[in-house]
Design a protein around this ligand. Structure first.
Ligand SMILES: [Zn+2]
Length: 345
């Protein structure tokens, strides 16, 4: 192992609106189950905006970033399934892939889970490499990188929204939220065979991408008017499946109220200030499922869909910046000038 004090520069959040690209030590192998990867691309997530906006306060300077893919540089002595030189994609949540939660397919609740949080940097240490990383057969071409990195979080999260909302062939799905996860939830619902996909969005560029990904209807209204509009479109009762991809009280209530009795809500927006009324929930007659997406479970299948050209989730990136301009990436997403920002080290 290197004993030299090599340094690199990566993104660190100091407080609301204050992202710095600053020097820190280059990560090294700590545990024998670790891998070190050289980032091919990384990106800014909608969930990074919660601490960036001060909604989820931080108490100390915090290294940022949890979406990653790249080339393995070094592995610890216990790592068996990935080796230096391979291109890998991993989940934003690490997993051993062997504990009971992992075996049930809920790797993002692995008993050894850690959340990755230093990926907006050129080099990343990934714990539990064997259970977290999935290698591709060969190093992919550069044009596939935007789609491949979405599998690390946003695409897998949209996929989980659709799965949790029980989207089936022929069903009607509503997607609440037109951020990158919401748009990829549309793509996921389409891929799972939903016949009608109603995207709730007020932004023309996002509506356009939603339609490209498979949305059949756009609803611009919100609140009571939004729910009424969904009911108009669904025989007066609401949709079979509603995919909640925001995490606010309004979005959650919108989702529950837009679901028909017997239908399902898939919640993947990280809740901030959401409180549900037990009696309203009881009489809504809906199933709720969600949480941090088990993207590790989906990685092999989603990698195959991308490499076979069946899905192109990388279209959500509408701004690409050099990694050193990461602060501008946060600003662009915060101001909704960009849907999602790709960062190139
Ligand atoms: Zn586990």
């Amino acid at each position: 192992m290197n004993e030299g004090r090599q340094t690199m520069r990566g993104a660190v959040l100091y407080g609301p609106g204050d992202v710095r690209f600053e020097e820190r030590e280059t990560p090294r192998i700590v545990e024998p189950t670790d891998a070190i990867i050289r980032m091919a691309v990384t990106c800014v997530c909608g969930s990074d905006l919660w601490p960036y906006r001060g909604v989820a306060p931080i108490d100390a300077p915090t290294p940022m970033g949890h979406e990653y893919c790249g080339i393995v540089e070094e592995v610890g002595g216990a790592v068996r399934s990935v080796k230096p030189g391979q291109f890998v994609i991993g989940s934003f949540a690490t997993s051993d892939n062997t504990c009971p939660n992992c075996r049930y397919g809920y790797q993002s609740s692995c008993v050894h889970r850690e959340f990755v949080n230093r990926a907006q940097a050129p080099v990343l240490r990934v714990p539990l490499a064997d259970g977290t990383l999935v290698p591709t057969r060969e190093v992919p071409s550069d044009d596939l990188l935007p789609s491949l990195i979405t599998l690390s979080d946003v695409m897998g999260t949209g996929w989980f929204a659709a799965e949790a909302a029980d989207v089936k062939p022929g069903s009607t799905a509503v997607v609440v939220g037109d951020g990158a996860v919401g748009l990829l939830a549309v793509l996921s619902a389409k891929h799972m065979g939903a016949e009608r996909i109603i995207a709730m969005s007020r932004h023309p560029s996002r509506q356009k991408l939603a339609r490209e990904f498979g949305a059949t209807d756009i609803v611009t209204e919100r609140g009571d008017a939004g729910v009424a509009r969904i009911k108009d479109l669904t025989s007066g009762v609401g949709a079979d499946s509603v995919l909640e991809c925001v995490g606010t009280q309004d979005a959650m209530m919108q989702a529950i109220r837009a679901t028909r009795p017997g239908g399902s809500v898939g919640c993947v927006g990280v809740p901030h200030g959401v409180a549900l009324d037990g009696q309203a929930l009881f009489f809504a007659h809906v199933r709720l499922h969600g949480g941090p997406a088990p993207v590790r479970r989906y990685l092999p299948d989603l990698i195959a869909l991308v490499l076979d050209g069946k899905i192109n989730p990388g279209k959500v990136f509408d701004l690409t910046l050099p990694l050193e301009q990461v602060a501008e990436g946060y600003r662009a997403m915060d101001e909704r000038r960009a849907i999602k920002v790709l960062l190139r080290p």
